[in-house]
Ligand binder design. Structure first.
Ligand SMILES: [Zn+2]
Length: 98
């Protein structure tokens, strides 16, 4: 008994941007890779990724690399920093004009 085809046989959806991911029909198209101490399955020679031990966390190549570069989260963090800076500056300019 056992699966003869991967679960990705019918294709999957990226859990971040919802784009369609190509079917992976053979176990020989699945590799493993470790990125920043986290183990991933790599499908179709890097077309998309899934974290080992977590179901449904498929990520297309674009999202995967954006995330591993610190992408979106980093962008959000810097937006907050800018807002804080502007707020502080406004407070200062109000004090000055008083
Ligand atoms: Zn994506």
């Amino acid at each position: 008994m056992g699966n003869q085809v991967p679960r990705e046989y019918n294709g999957k959806t990226c859990c971040i941007c919802s784009c369609r991911l190509a079917p992976c029909s053979s176990f020989s198209d699945i590799e493993t890779r470790t990125v920043k101490d986290v183990n991933y399955y790599v499908f179709n020679s890097g077309e998309y990724y899934r974290r080992q031990g977590l179901d449904f966390t498929y990520e297309c190549r674009k999202c995967f690399f954006e995330k591993s570069r610190g992408g979106r989260k980093e962008v959000e963090r810097s937006k907050i920093a800018v807002r804080q800076f502007q707020y502080e500056r406004e407070k200062c300019s109000k004090l000055v004009s008083m």
